[in-house]
Design a protein around this ligand. Structure first.
Ligand code: R5P
Length: 290
């Protein structure tokens, strides 16, 4: 019990100053619970509602692909430039210092690899996401995959049930099968299905007409970078996505496979948070690469 003597007399009631009702900077997230919003605000900077997520979960289907052979050497030095790290629980426990303080979007499904048939995934025990202090859980959804569409949508809504119970946002990751056309019509469908099934964030790919994908998706979208392309092109991709309404990027190969990953992540960051145009960002990349 606090000491009851010498209490300061209550007087700071701020009469005349209405209590502010603070909004939330992410679309579709205004009525989420406090824990959910708090975790989202770790990932997306509340100042602009945007995020630079660094993805390095590629090994769970591809093994030690170029750039993530030694995550301790390639990814850990970049963490201070990212708003969030997307990785698997194996990498998190083995290689990411718990002292880094970076919010984690935990890859929360796993299954088949590039050696067999992709997308036959199950979800991890959500208790592990809680143990790992995950700020979000990412689950892949294979819309249009005749074999695994139903299973992966079920993975998503199951994860959303758990996320709602414990206040952990879920990111739906749209997997695009080789047979799917990567156009705005497909991405509108895939992202909307993720959101309708409860995803709080959707990760997808940039395409022509991307602004219609963003408009039709009621929650924030981040884009994957996709396969490695020249740095100037990757910066333009990030710029166009942001300009068309994306809330950020979840970029992997175009950062960690760059000739100068530290320069590249800072240039991408400048596009996302400082509004740099592609040429300005590329100039920054070149300057930082010296
Ligand atoms: C998505 O499911 C993958 O696991 C990667 O996280 C994603 O593709 C982002 O990485 P990248 O920018 O290399 O495409």
């Amino acid at each position: 019990m606090p000491d009851m003597d010498n209490f300061k007399e209550a007087s700071a009631f701020g009469v005349g100053t209405p209590q502010e009702t603070v909004g939330f900077p992410l679309k579709g997230c205004g009525s989420l619970d406090w824990g959910m919003k708090s975790r989202l605000a770790r990932i997306f900077d509340p100042k602009d509602g945007r995020s630079l997520m660094l993805a390095c979960d590629h090994g769970f289907i591809m093994g030690p692909t170029g750039g993530v052979e030694r995550i301790d050497l390639s990814i850990v030095p970049l963490l201070s430039h990212a708003d969030c790290l997307m990785c698997t629980r194996g990498v998190l426990r083995a290689l990411i210092p718990a002292t880094s303080r970076i919010p984690v979007c935990l890859r929360s499904d796993a299954g088949t690899s590039v050696l067999t048939e992709l997308n036959d995934n199950v979800v991890i025990d959500p208790e592990d996401a809680i143990r790992l202090n995950a700020s979000a859980m990412a689950v892949m959804v294979a819309v249009g995959d005749a074999n695994f569409e139903g299973k992966t949508v079920a993975n998503l809504y199951h994860t959303v049930d758990i996320g709602q119970r414990y206040g952990i946002p879920v990111m739906g990751v749209t997997a695009v099968g080789k047979q799917m056309t990567r156009d705005a019509r497909y991405f509108r469908l895939a992202t909307r299905i993720c959101a309708e099934n409860g995803a709080n964030i959707v990760k997808t790919y940039y395409t022509e007409g991307f602004e219609t994908v963003v408009a039709a998706c009621p929650v924030p979208i981040v884009i994957a970078g996709g396969k490695k392309i020249p740095e100037r092109d990757a910066l333009e991709l990030a710029y166009k996505a942001i300009n068309d309404g994306a809330a950020g990027v979840d970029m992997g190969r175009n950062v960690f496979q760059s000739e100068h990953p530290a320069a590249m992540i800072q240039a991408v960051r400048a596009v996302i948070h400082d509004g740099l145009k592609p040429d300005q960002a590329y100039q920054l990349y070149q300057d930082l690469s010296k």
